[in-house]
Design a protein around this ligand. Structure first.
Ligand code: AHG
Ligand code: MN
Ligand code: MN
Length: 282
């Protein structure tokens, strides 16, 4: 079995344990994560489970996550370098809404370029637990039951006629150019915004459309993190025939300058991302 398969299977096997551990871990911890955000007990629980199990695999050199300052493992060892968002959208735990786990598998020490990704995946904790895995240009959806994954949709591509959009950040914080673009999109598509990128991106992957957490006036770099969120999602959406952008070009081409660096994120159908880039360039 390849190292990549063992990594993906380990994430799938850990998903039910993460899910089972959510009850009773809806409280905030005293500490903040390296991005200065409050951490829930559930964030730390998921992070610990994933790091322990993934670092135990042969062929995994390092594990880094949104929830820890430093990279664990050995950056000089042979093997893959993993970047994880253990629980994306964990503030949704309070209101019992969708969340997920995101994984990027890089073939270079972190922080690395999106072009160093060899696979990316996410688990979605919805009414059922599903997992999307992209490797090369193939994207597969699995259902996870009892820790095993069963393929339910293969060779996923974005539906050509977009249906949904979801844009993060408060509207008064958007730039004038993004606001103008958003006003056009509102006339064309249906709003689907759930406060967990992974849930909103899964809508885009299922129905076609666009998700963005743009650069804001008070924070031009946006909110989402390149290594743990932007790159893996870009890799998946591009593998499904869509596009990603930081506003000017593919997220995968953004220079990696720091482990916890943020980046404006826009992903979806190619035509919509082309339009977004044209709008932001005006
Ligand atoms: P995380 O829980 O990993 O910190 O990520 C939360 C992110 C992302 O999932 C979502 O798109 C965005 O934050 C939501 O932000 P707002 O609550 O500001 O809309
Ligand atoms: Mn996140
Ligand atoms: Mn998170």
């Amino acid at each position: 079995m390849s190292t990549l398969t063992r990594i993906i299977d380990t994430v799938a096997a850990t998903a039910p344990d993460i899910r089972a551990g959510l009850t009773g871990r809806r409280t905030y911890e005293a500490e903040e994560n390296p991005s200065g955000e409050a951490q829930l007990a559930a964030d730390l629980y998921a992070d610990d489970l994933l790091s322990e199990r993934l670092l135990a695999l042969d062929g995994v050199a390092t594990y880094a996550s949104e929830e820890r300052d430093d990279i664990d493992g050995n950056p000089d060892a042979d093997g893959y370098h993993l970047a994880c968002d253990p629980l994306d959208g964990s503030s949704n735990l309070k209101s019992n809404n969708t969340m997920g786990t995101i994984l990027g598998v890089y073939d270079a020490p972190l922080p690395a370029s999106g072009h160093d990704l060899v696979a990316a995946a996410y688990v979605l904790f919805g009414p059922i637990t599903t997992m999307i895995v992209a490797e090369g240009d193939s994207v597969t959806e699995y259902v996870i039951e009892d820790g095993d994954k069963r393929a339910v949709r293969e060779d996923i591509t974005l539906p050509p006629e977009p249906v949904t959009y979801g844009f993060g950040g408060r509207v008064p914080e958007w730039t004038p150019a993004f606001t103008e673009f958003a006003r056009e999109i509102e006339q064309e598509l249906k709003l689907r915004y759930g406060g967990a990128m992974i849930g909103d991106v899964n809508q885009v992957l299922t129905y076609g459309g666009i998700f963005a957490y743009p650069g804001l006036q008070s924070r031009p770099e946006g909110k989402l993190r390149l290594q743990f969120e932007g790159n893996p999602i870009a890799y998946i959406v591009e593998a499904a025939g869509g596009r990603s952008s930081d506003g000017t070009g593919s997220l995968l081409s953004v220079e990696a300058t720091g482990l916890h660096q943020r980046v404006p994120v826009h992903v979806g159908n190619s035509r919509l991302i082309d339009r977004l880039e044209a709008a932001l360039a005006d």
